[in-house]
Design a protein around this ligand. Structure first.
Ligand code: NAD
Length: 493
C-alpha cells in the first residue's frame, strides 16, 4: 500500500498510526534541513505528544534549501507529509510507526518568499535546524563565522533574494521586527558542542553585516538554547524500502530506520514558548554541557577507539568489533578507567551504566553501521573527543594507556593498509600529511605526532604520553593488534 493519509486505515495492525486528527494540527515549528535524523528524532518526539492530544499547535513545516532537497519535497508531497519510522531491534525485529507531525514542506528554491513568510508568520515560534556542521559556515581555523563564503556574500548583496540559512532566517527576523511580531527561538539540533552558542554567534555575525541594529535586536530577543541529541540514524537504502514493504506492506518512498535508543537533553531557554517536550521523554536541564562531554568522550571517542583496531584486523561492521570480547573489554577499560574520571557528575546518569549501554547499542547487528564511516574525519574528531581526555588524565597523574592505544592504532591505520595487507583510502582533510607522517614512523616512532602538530599540539612533547604511545605502536607493528591488546597493561606508565 502506498503511504498516504487516505491509505492509513488499510495498513496492517502491526503498524502504529497517528492517533490525532492531522487536519487539526497547526504549524508552530519550522525545521530547516529535514533529513533522516530530524525524522527519527525531533519529529518523533512531537508525534508522541500529538498522540497524547498535546502540542497540536506545534506541527512542523519543513524547509529545504538545497537543490537535492527536491527529493524530500516530492516524497513528502506524495505521502501527505507521512513517513514510516522503523526501530530496528538487536534480535532482528522491527517496530514500524507512521509519523504525522510534519504537516507542511516548502522547498525554498521554488518560492523563497513563501519560505520567508512562513518563518515570519507569528504562529512560527521555533525554528529548528539539522543542517550538518557545514551548514554553520564556520572557518576551519578560527571557528568563527566565515562571512567570506560566496553564498553568504551573495545573500548580503543589497536586494538579494536570500538562499542560505542565514539569509532566509535573518530576512524573516527583520520582517518580524518591522511588524512587531515577537522573535522566535533558533534551536540547533546538530551534533556540535555548544550548538546553541554557535548558532547565536553565527546568526548575530551575519545580521551585523547586514544591519547592526537588527543584530542587536536578534541578540536581545532571539533565544538559542543548547541541546544534546543522540540516536544512530543511518541513510535509508533500497533494501530497507523493500524490506519494509515485505514485512508491513507499506510502500514508502523514504522511510527512516534507526536504533531503539534515543536521547534529547535540552536547555529551557525559549523566546516564545515551547511544546511540553518533557512529557515525551526529553530531559530539560539548566546546562547541557556535562551531557555533551559525556557523549563526546564516551560515545564519539569510542567510535575511534573501536574503528581502527577493528579495521586493522579485518572487521568491517561496528557490531563485529564490539561483540568481540577483546575489543569490548578494551572499550570498557577506556571508558571507565580513562574517560569517566575526566567527567563531572552528570545529573541523573549512572556513567558506568551508560558505558555498558553504549557497548550494547554498538553491538546491535541490525543497525549495520560501518567501521569505514567511523574511521573518517579523524583529524577533526580526535582533537575534540579524545585528546582532552589524555590532557586531563596526564594533568591529574592518571593512566593514559587505552587512550594512547587509540592514537597508536590511528597512526598504524594511517599507513594505509590493514594487517592482511589490504589497502584503504584515508577519508580526512589532512589525509596526505597524515599518511606521509605515518609512513615515516617505522624508522622514527614519534613521526605521526611530530608531523601533525596542528592535531596534537604540545602532546607530542609530553614524555609520559609519548613513552606509552611509542611502546604500543612498536608492538602493533611487530606483534599486531590482537596480541598487543591482549596484555595492554604491560605498557602502563
Ligand atoms: P541528512 O543528510 O539526512 O540531512 C541533512 C540535511 O541538512 C539535508 O536536508 C541537507 O540538505 C541539509 N543541509 C546540509 N548542508 C546544508 C546547508 N549548508 N544549508 C542548509 N541545509 C543544509 O543527514 P542526517 O542524518 O539527518 O544528519 C543531519 C545532522 O543531524 C548531522 O550532521 C548531525 O549534526 C545531526 N545528527 C545526526 C545523527 C545521525 O545518526 N544521523 C545523530 C545525531 C545528530
Amino acid at each position: 500500500t502506498s503511504l498516504t493519509e487516505e491509505a492509513l486505515p488499510l495498513l496492517t495492525a502491526g503498524v502504529s498510526l497517528p492517533r490525532y486528527d492531522r487536519g487539526a494540527v497547526t504549524t508552530g515549528i519550522v525545521h530547516i534541513g529535514v533529513g533522516n535524523f530530524h525524522r527519527s528524532h525531533q519529529a518523533m518526539y512531537l508525534d508522541t505528544l500529538m498522540n497524547d492530544g498535546a502540542a497540536l499547535d506545534w506541527g512542523i513545516c519543513g524547509i529545504g534549501l538545497q537543490p537535492s532537497n527536491a527529493a524530500m519535497r516530492d516524497a513528502l508531497a506524495a505521502q501527505d507529509g507521512l513517513y514510516t519510522l522503523v526501530i530496528r531491534h538487536g534480535d532482528g525485529s522491527w517496530d514500524a510507526r507512521v509519523i504525522g507531525s510534519v504537516v507542511e514542506y516548502l522547498f525554498a528554491p521554488d518560492d523563497p518568499q513563501a519560505a520567508i513568510e512562513k518563518l515570519a508568520d507569528p504562529a512560527t515560534r521555533i525554528v529548528s535546524l539539522t543542517v550538518t556542521e557545514g551548514g554553520y559556515y564556520l572557518d576551519a581555523v578560527t571557528g568563527e563565522f566565515n562571512a567570506a563564503d560566496q553564498a553568504i556574500q551573495a545573500d548580503l548583496a543589497p536586494g538579494a533574494v536570500p538562499r542560505t540559512l542565514f539569509g532566509l532566517v535573518t530576512e524573516a527576523l527583520a520582517r518580524r521586527r518591522a511588524r512587531g511580531v515577537p522573535a522566535f527561538t533558533v534551536l540547533s539540533c546538530d551534533n556540535i558542542q555548544g550548538n546553541g552558542h554557535i548558532s547565536a554567534r553565527t546568526f548575530t555575525a551575519f545580521a551585523r553585516l547586514r544591519d547592526p541594529e537588527l543584530a542587536d535586536w536578534i541578540a536581545g530577543h532571539v533565544r538559542f538554547p543548547n541541546c544534546m541529541v543522540d540516536r544512530i540514524t543511518p541513510k535509508t537504502t533500497d533494501e530497507d524500502r523493500a524490506e519494509l514493504s515485505r514485512r508491513f506492506g507499506i510502500d514508502d518512498q523514504w522511510p527512516v530506520l534507526c536504533e531503539p535508543f534515543t536521547q534529547w537533553v535540552l536547555e529551557d531557554d525559549f523566546a516564545d514558548g515551547r511544546p511540553p517536550l518533557q512529557d515525551a521523554g526529553v530531559q530539560i536541564v539548566p546546562d547541557v554541557e556535562p551531557y555533551e562531554l559525556m557523549k563526546l568522550r564516551l560515545l564519539n571517542a569510542s567510535h575511534h577507539a573501536l574503528c581502527y583496531p577493528g579495521h586493522l584486523t579485518g572487521l568491517r561492521f561496528v557490531h563485529e568489533v564490539t561483540t568481540d570480547p577483546l575489543f569490548a573489554g578494551f572499550l570498557l577499560d577506556y571508558m571507565t578507567g580513562e574517560a569517566i574520571p575526566t567527567l563531572r557528575p552528570v545529573p541523573g546518569v549512572d556513567l558506568a551504566g551508560y558505558a555498558h549501554q553504549l557497548i550494547e547499542r554498538f553491538s546491535n547487528p541490525e543497525v549495520r553501521d560501518t567501521v569505514a564511516r567511523l574511521c573518517a574525519n579523524a583529524s577533526d574528531c580526535i582533537p575534540k573527543f579524545l585528546l582532552p581526555v589524555i590532557r586531563e588524565q596526564l594533568a591529574a597523574g592518571r593512566p593514559v594507556t587505552r587512550s594512547a592505544a587509540v592514537v597508536a592504532t590511528w597512526a598504524r591505520y594511517a599507513e594505509g593498509t590493514d594487517e592482511n595487507g589490504e589497502p584503504h583510502e584515508l577519508d580526512d582533510d589532512l589525509a596526505p600529511q597524515l599518511r606521509a607522517a605515518a609512513r615515516r614512523q617505522r624508522e622514527q616512532p614519534t613521526a605521526f605526532l611530530d608531523g601533525n602538530r596542528a592535531v596534537f599540539g604540545e602532546l607530542a612533547d609530553e614524555p609520559r604520553f609519548t613513552r606509552v604511545y611509542t611502546a604500543i605502536l612498536g608492538s602493533l607493528i611487530e606483534r599486531g593488534v590482537r596480541e598487543t591488546y591482549a596484555d595492554l597493561d604491560r605498557f602502563a606508565d
